[in-house]
Design a binder for this molecule. Structure first.
Ligand code: UDP
Length: 317
């Protein structure tokens, strides 16, 4: 069985990817410092506790397991926190990736799939957003992910490490058999917050209804976490067979407004959700929708679970 090192394998997308890897016949080795991930989410392979900035710890793991490739999720991801403390984002996300790439080079591991984000684009000039759109992030979180993409390009050119950087749009939903779920602390994402409001009969803050969209609320492209997981495996296999490094959007190409998601959540939960119209959240573009054809064509990847109702249903379940 091929060993794949999964940094951040105890997190939301990481743990769903570990499950998908195990189902596809791989042995996912989770490397996680448990700063945001959960021990209980690591069920499909060993857990090695460590920090990606600690090259000795990484090196030990590569010595212990003959590793074929790396999928790199470990990252700090809260945009507002990145604005308050950019230094910890640069340190964790950029220095951590640099350390990982150096240790990979020492151990002659030449394949990495990287967890990137649509935040590398900043305010979109056009929608849907193509991979060739200018890269102008508007917060330190997006900046650090862009720096990592640049590092990957350098390491490909100078050390022959091949990569696919997957630029996620809005990851959402949960494992359809309920073995895993989204567990962020603090939670900032729309769907888990809507479901929490439904469950606890508490008000839901809708951030702004005066955007330039048909119903005035922001439009986003929601992609099911299980579809994201399968895209990582397709990327891994593509790189092993094909060595063609690139950046790819992961989305569905279809956007939904916050109001549409809210209405769908009410329907699926059969609960009342009391919305309170609140101030706009800083840095929220009106609309972010992926041009998603490249990943579909290159990876032969086709989202199966990303119907909005299915996303909300699996999260609610
Ligand atoms: N949103 C909201 N209330 C919340 C959380 C999010 O109205 O409590 C809105 C947010 O302003 C954005 C959309 O929901 O327009 C999606 O936000 P999320 O944080 O889930 O993802 P993002 O697009 O920021 O990555």
């Amino acid at each position: 069985m091929k060993n794949i090192l999964i940094t951040g394998g105890a997190g939301y997308i990481g743990s769903h990817t570990c499950k998908a890897l195990a189902q596809a016949g791989y042995n996912p080795i989770t490397f996680d410092n448990l700063s945001a991930g959960h021990k209980h989410a690591v069920k499909w392979g060993p857990l090695e506790i460590g920090d990606i900035r600690d090259s000795e710890a990484l090196s030990k793991v590569f010595k212990k397991y003959k590793t074929e490739a790396v999928i790199h999720f470990a990252s700090k991801i809260v945009v507002s926190e990145s604005v308050r403390e950019p230094e910890s984002y640069y340190d964790n996300n950029v220095n951590g990736t640099l350390s990982l790439l150096n240790v990979m080079q020492t151990h002659s591991i030449n394949v990495i799939v990287f967890s990137s984000t649509a935040a590398v684009y900043g305010y979109p000039e056009t929608n849907p957003i193509e991979e060739s759109h200018p890269l102008l992030p508007i917060n330190p979180y997006g900046e650090t992910k862009l720096k990592c993409e640049e590092l990957l390009e350098k390491y490909r050119d100078t050390h022959g490490i091949n990569y696919i950087a997957l630029r996620y749009f809005n990851a959402a939903g949960a494992d359809p058999t309920s073995e895993l779920r989204e567990e962020h602390e603090p939670e900032t994402h729309l769907i888990p917050l809507l479901l929490k409001a439904a469950k606890e009969n508490k008000p839901f803050s809708l951030f702004g209804n005066d955007y330039k969209t048909p119903d005035g609320t922001c439009i986003r492209d929601y992609i099911h976490v299980t579809d994201l997981a399968s895209a990582h495996i397709k990327s891994l296999e593509y790189l092993i067979n094909n060595q063609r490094s690139q950046c790819l959007n992961l989305g569905t190409g279809k956007g939904y407004s916050v109001r549409e998601v809210l209405e769908a959540a009410k329907k699926i939960t059969s609960k009342k959700i009391n919305e309170v119209i609140s101030e706009r959240r800083e840095g929220d573009p009106d609309s972010l929708v992926a041009k998603a054809d490249a990943a579909q064509k290159i990876l032969d990847w086709h989202p199966q679970q990303s119907d909005l109702h299915n996303i909300i249903r699996t999260a609610w379940q």
